[in-house]
Design a binder for this molecule. Structure first.
Ligand code: PEP
Length: 257
């Protein structure tokens, strides 16, 4: 299977989200082999988008969450609230939250723990900055992010986990990773997780690529067996582009069937 996560970030309001959700579902129509689709609108649009995706093949995801269930945490959204909204997936540790909003590995670990407690599918984003890659530190950085995010956690299988390898220098820059660079990191992520959770085979961990995925490069990523899907930001709010990315995934699935 290939999974496509649409991260709309803070780019659309409620009305636009409704239209975009309808358009996004149309990208699946008439295809023989469809990828798994997870739509992540802004919090304020979750309720309306839920009505649209309710009887579809798409799942609803949130872009972040609190590590608390309830209480005096002004401005936060809890996983308990997601239950009412039909949210099944949550993006955690996105680089914009790490680097722009100051989220630490410790905060991300608490969120991962809480999300798993609530039976949510965690989409954990990891990735190095340009300076870290230039210094040859990308493996160490990603390993540290993974180990810290799962610190103290016990999991029996990888069903509720996606890792999105998103090099920070590739997000929203138009400069995606090269396929060999990406493959090396996907292999590394699976290895690190297998070493951490010994009883779970490396192949069970689903690793997505994210960072300037477009119609021009989606196929080259998706056709790789080490790539379980893609996390799409900018191109997910441009329906023509998103349609072509879904098309690329369908072609890959067709070729594999
Ligand atoms: C993202 O939002 O995680 C992302 C990868 O964005 P973009 O596709 O715009 O680079």
């Amino acid at each position: 299977m290939k999974t496509i996560i649409a991260n709309w970030k803070m780019n659309v309001g409620v009305r636009e989200s409704v239209a975009l959700a309808r358009g996004t579902l149309l990208t699946l129509r008439g295809r023989k082999n469809i990828p798994e689709l997870v739509i992540c609108p802004p919090f304020v649009a979750l309720s309306e988008v839920r009505k649209i995706v309710a009887r579809s093949h798409a799942a609803l995801g949130a872009q972040n969450m609190s590590w608390e269930d309830q209480g005096a945490f002004t401005g936060e959204i809890s996983p308990r609230m997601f239950e009412e909204l039909g949210v099944t997936h949550v993006i955690l540790g996105h680089s914009e939250r790490r680097h722009v909003l100051g989220e630490t590995d410790e905060m991300i670990q608490k969120k991962v723990q809480k999300a798993l407690e609530h039976n949510l599918v965690v989409i954990l984003c990891v990735g190095e900055t340009k300076a870290q890659r230039d210094a040859g530190e990308e493996r160490d950085i990603v390993k540290e992010q993974l180990l810290k995010a799962f610190d103290g956690l016990r999991i029996k299988n990888a069903e509720k986990i996606f890792i999105a390898y998103e090099p920070v220098w590739a997000i929203g820059t138009g400069q995606s990773a090269e396929v060999p660079q990406m493959l090396e990191m996907h292999e590394w992520i699976k290895r690190v997780l297998h070493e951490r959770f010994k009883e779970i085979p490396a192949s069970q961990f689903r690793v997505l690529y994210g960072g300037s995925v477009t119609p021009d490069n989606a196929y080259q990523f998706l056709r790789e067996s080490l790539v379980d899907g893609v996390l799409v930001g900018g191109a997910s709010v441009k329906i023509n582009q998103f349609n072509e990315i879904v098309e690329a995934a369908s072609e890959v699935l067709e070729a594999q069937s």
